[in-house]
Design a binder for this molecule. Structure first.
Ligand code: PFF
Length: 468
């Protein structure tokens, strides 16, 4: 059987950007920005996207196209080692967790979209969210969301994912620009821009490590890296494409939509309710529903329908990438047909998603903590692999199909992903794990542990091909 491939360069870029643009941009990003000092967070986040996100994304793309295989087979075959194949299961696992909670939030979006279409009156947005977020109805909407996701993935790379994201991405951008223009004309919107665009340096100074961790986690989540998504999408790519050019385009598109979402959500909130709104996972739903409610009915309803339609499209174009990873694992590794893999996995996600829709504590732990740790661990593994196991092959793949600029930067890139980024990622991984376990350890100990672990990894991997 020949392996599937993308129909066009635009198809790949839109699908990958579709994976990146999602609830992370529209639901998590404005909430993280509001919670971490506004523009202070934004500045750090943009820096991390540039210095960690883009080179990290390129690391995944390089492995994926080199191997033309999903993560398990990619690591195993490229290293010629079963040990690496076992390590390659980590991203498959990560996607199981990711989609289990993501589908619940996707369900909330569908519910709010339906409410807006039907004109359901919501007088107490906070109480309303609390009553619908978890429980049997939440399970119902999660089921709807996961079935829509499955419907696209079962169509395959070209007829399913590529075709859907080619329609969805332009729609998302056009609608979002439309709402941003509308929001900008509301009296009081300026306070939202101020909050979003003026860095609060004092806040950044006194909370640097916390803001750094939040920005780092958000950068990986929003770019869909660390879960093998970009690796798998790149495995369907031809040799004549420039990975550095495509990767940079994907990151720019994603960041633009993230900033655009901030320019929609924060001015709307400041104009209509006077502050950045409540925080936490309900933030977007509670605050914006309250904000839409202050407008005259037809305008409020029209805006709500448009906004939640954008969020639903963005959520779906990401959830399909989460389902694609375990699907391609079963197809590539176990020879299943796509239809069988999709059906069986839908059964699994119906259950795991239902647990998340019924148990707020499980949902909170996975969405807030576990996913950040898994993505960080996953990206560390990929980058160590590209830097130390592939080495010169990684550079060759980085340069294949690319222009002279790529040739001039490939050495620096390898140094960054092999040494600097693993140090940064290990530091955030350790700090994040300690924070999650509620253990307070002085930063210099964490730095020491990071340096020690990295040294062991570097020394161990020098002979990776022969020993793992
Ligand atoms: N990037 C997606 C978003 O911002 O909503 C979420 C995501 C998709 C994270 C795929 C990780 C992943 F592998």
């Amino acid at each position: 059987m020949t392996r599937e491939s993308w129909g066009s360069r635009a198809g790949f870029i839109l699908a990958a950007a579709g994976s990146a643009v999602g609830l992370g941009n529209l639901w998590r990003f404005p909430w993280m920005t509001a919670e971490n000092g506004g523009a202070a967070f934004l500045v750090l986040y943009l820096g991390i996207i540039l210095l960690v996100g883009v080179p990290g994304l390129l690391g995944e793309l390089v492995i994926g196209r080199r191997a033309r295989n999903s993560p398990v087979g990619a690591l195993r075959d490229l290293a010629d080692s079963r040990g690496w194949g076992i390590v390659g299961h980590l991203p498959v696992l990560t996607n199981l967790f990711l989609l289990s909670f993501y589908s619940v939030v996707g369900g909330w979006v569908l519910r709010y979209l339906l409410d807006a279409i039907l004109g359901t009156p919501i007088t107490e947005p906070g109480a309303y969210f609390d009553s619908v977020a978890f429980g049997l109805e939440a399970v119902g909407f999660h089921v709807l969301f996961i079935l829509l996701t499955g419907l696209i993935v079962v169509g395959g790379i070209r007829r399913g994912i590529e075709r859907a994201t080619k329609l969805m991405m332009p729609a998302i951008i056009v609608l979002l620009v439309g709402i941003a223009i509308y929001a900008g004309q509301l009296p009081g919107a300026a306070a939202g821009y101020d909050f979003f665009l003026q860095p609060n340096i004092t806040y950044l100074r006194s909370n640097f490590v916390d803001v750094l961790l939040a920005a780092g986690g958000q950068a990986l989540f929003t770019l869909s890296i660390g879960a093998g998504t970009m690796l798998t999408y790149a495995s369907y790519l031809d040799d004549d494409r420039s990975l550095p050019a495509d990767g940079t385009t994907i990151a720019i598109l994603n960041t633009a939509v993230g900033v655009l979402a901030g320019l929609v959500v924060l001015p709307l909130l400041f104009a209509l309710v006077g502050n950045a709104g409540t925080s936490g996972p309900g933030a977007l739903f509670v605050s914006l529903t309250g904000a839409f409610g202050t407008l005259p009915a037809p305008a409020g309803r029209g805006l709500a329908i448009t906004f939640f339609a954008v969020v639903a499209l963005a959520a779906l174009s990401s959830s399909i990438s989460m389902l694609e990873i375990p699907v391609s694992f079963l197809v590539d590794e176990h020879g299943w047909t796509r239809r069988r893999a999709t059906t069986v996995l839908l059964g699994v996600f119906l259950l795991t998603g239902a647990v998340n829709a019924l148990e707020p504590a499980v949902f909170g732990f996975i969405a807030d903590t576990l996913v950040n740790l898994l993505l960080t661990a996953g990206l560390t593994v990929f980058l160590l692999f590209a830097g130390w196991v592939l080495g010169a092959d990684a550079i060759a793949e980085f340069e294949r199909g690319a222009g002279p600029l790529a040739r001039r930067t490939s050495g620096a890139w390898l140094l960054a992903i092999g040494i600097l980024l693993p140090l940064f990622l290990l530091f955030t991984l350790f700090s994040g794990a300690l924070g999650a376990a509620d253990v307070a350890v002085p930063h210099h100990w964490v730095i020491l542990a990071t340096a020690g672990t990295a040294l062991v990894a570097f020394l161990g991997l020098r002979h990776a091909r022969s020993v793992v």
